[in-house]
Design a protein around this ligand. Structure first.
Ligand code: FMN
Length: 200
């Protein structure tokens, strides 16, 4: 199933093809491809080159116990579909700089950029990524023994596209729904807040 972004201006092919599916196929991701995804994340830019990201990676077909441990941290509405994905990750951000121990207020931002890199690299390999805020960071910290230096920020399901029919009916409806975005006029201003940026 494809859900190409109905972009108003030409955009890069991987960006246009990327979307966040619910229906994953029961097929493992080769380790070499997982390595490429993490390598892409590694080459993301970051404030002071701090690289404040860490990923917990759970492969269902390699270690089902570890996979179920991370799966149990997701809210029920996400577990319903994410259980079928072959890989789950938790993205964590290190909240203080290494060089002076001050708060790194761009740590979440940098983690998000790294996940964006990972996501586009995944799309290039035919792997879909679905990020989730719907998980319990406190439980994640406990079950995965996360140190206080790092904050669990996002859960991520990864895998190949599966069958729409594998989803409960209400999820199928959501899966078939349109791609929606705010208009460009609302996200870009010229110089001053509220002054329209005159795109053609
Ligand atoms: C940080 C973040 C948190 C998200 N949390 C959830 C979630 O908990 N459950 C879910 O089904 N989708 C979640 N999503 C997916 C968004 O709903 C999705 O990206 C958005 O609707 C746009 O759709 P698209 O990614 O297909 O373009 C999340 C996405 C991001 C980036």
């Amino acid at each position: 199933m494809e859900k190409l972004a109905p972009a108003h201006y030409p955009i890069q092919d991987l960006i246009q093809r990327r979307w966040s599916p619910l229906a994953f196929r029961d097929r493992p991701i080769p380790m070499t491809d997982l390595a490429r995804l993490l390598e892409a994340a590694r080459w993301s830019p970051s404030s002071y080159n701090e690289q404040p990201w860490v990923f917990l990676v759970a492969e269902k077909y390699i270690n089902p116990t570890g996979f179920n441990k991370l799966l149990s941290c997701l809210v029920e509405a996400n577990q319903v579909w994410a259980a079928r994905a072959p890989v789950l990750m938790i993205g964590l951000a290190k909240n203080h700089f290494a060089h002076n121990n001050t708060v790194n207020r761009h740590a979440f931002y940098d983690l998000g950029a790294a996940v964006a890199y990972l996501t586009l690299q995944a799309m290039d390999l035919g792997i879909y990524v679905h990020q989730m805020a719907g998980f319990d960071p406190v439980k994640t910290r406990e079950v995965a023994q996360v140190p206080s230096s790092h904050e669990p920020v996002v859960a991520i399901a990864l895998g190949y596209y599966g069958e729409l029919s594998s989803l409960p009916p209400n999820y199928q409806e959501r899966e078939r729904g349109p791609r929606n975005r705010n208009p460009l006029k609302d996200i870009a201003f010229r110089d001053t807040w509220g002054d329209s940026f005159p795109l053609p």
